[in-house]
Design a protein around this ligand. Sequence first.
Ligand code: HEC
Length: 137
Amino acid sequence: MTAKHIMTAAVALVLAGTVTSLWVRADEFTKKDLARWQNEYMSVVKKGRDLWTSPALGTKGVACAQCHPNAANTHPETYPKFQKQLGRVIALREMFNWCLTHPLEGKPLAFDDPKMIAMEAYVTYERRGVPLAPGKH
Ligand code: HEC
């Protein structure tokens, strides 16, 4: 190692230390923060449950819950995975849209639509504790 290499390594170490300490500081939170985040999370889960059990997303008077009561047979823990309906590896949200546009005959949702996020929150909450099994059938 030349002196130049040693200097470069030293500068890199100092920079890495600064970034790490900033990141650690930014990550501090209080019990009050945690309680607020949990409340917000559960209110989104509840919105998702309301959407799941409502026929309003489609045009056939059918709700997701009729075929997937309590998010049954949605298997969020297996995504992303190959789905034959779309012929490629897809995200869970794409399968939500497949059911939205097929059995429900409704319009697809944008992937960042708050309704999409709420339904994903509901489904994954129902399946909490299930080990991840991406790609599994
Ligand atoms: C009329 C019955 C029916 C309704 C209503 C329905 N689905 Fe489905 N859903 C299916 C069928 C059939 C499949 C295909 C199963 C497969 O290919 O493994 C499926 C598959 C899925 C999957 C993938 C499951 C897996 O194992 O990978 C998800 C996620 C899903 N539906 C979400 C929804 C959502 C969200 C709604 C409401 C917008 C909904 N479904 C409404 C019948 C339905």
